[in-house]
Design a protein around this ligand. Sequence first.
Ligand code: HXC
Length: 255
Amino acid sequence: MEVLLESGGECVALVRINRPEARNALNSAVREQLARTFVELASNDDIRCVVVTGMEKVFAAGADIKAMADAQPIDMILRASERNWGPIKDFPKPLIAAVNGFALGGGCELAMHADMIIAGASAKFAQPEIRVGIIPGAGGTQRLLRAVGKFKAMKILLTGEMVSAQEAEAMGLVTEVVPDDEVLDRALALARSIALLPPLAVRKIKELVLQGGDLPLEAALVMERHAFQLMFATADQKEGMQAFIEKRSPNFTGL
Ligand code: HXC
């Protein structure tokens, strides 16, 4: 298997891409396995937060160039790779990318599908598609623009140059930079801390940030207000506020 599903501790799953011989290039097997894994994790009530990672020297080197080199447009249509990105794009629980080494092309796009990116100090991000005669095809032009703004996005997309973890953090592409050997532990610790929080509220926050960001502000604010009001139907709201008043730790059940 090129995609391994491991336990990340209490209520946390760890998805590991494991195709070392091709620097974790995302061929159809990897993409299909990733898609299946995220479909499974979405409906697994025991899992509240997920970490996706690669290997020590590479998160993922992008789409598999060898599998695309001779393709025609119709082949690309029939491959319908958007079907495999769908379960990651629509994953309803928090997803944290733990990035060591290279996150290039589709690998950078995979990281940008996550809600947070924890990067090792030596991590490198790039959208090098331009250098092999194509453009990003899994949201790179759009998610990068929204993450870092036009002027940084243009440079990354038009030059294909690598961006260090520190530069990526400064421009808002990563959440935190930590020493290389602490990346996975930090991502898992963050995931476990989120897994302790009320899952319905967690899910709504993710939905609002992702959906609301592309709506007119007034519409997004209405959506937020309705979601806020809905939280008062949850047992976790009653528990959270009661625990505060009683000066004890809350016990969230997900209801
Ligand atoms: C296919 C790849 C690959 C890739 C590496 N390999 N990246 N195979 N597709 N994206 C293979 C190499 O061909 C080589 O195979 C083996 O992995 C080791 O790679 P090396 O280059 O020798 O390793 P290294 O010197 O450590 O360099 C690592 C690297 C470099 C910096 C990650 O491999 C690299 O630049 N890769 C390409 C990155 C890229 O351009 N990505 C964008 C792809 S387009 P052999 O058989 O020689 O051992 C894209 C479009 C997205 O992502 C569209 C939507 C998904």
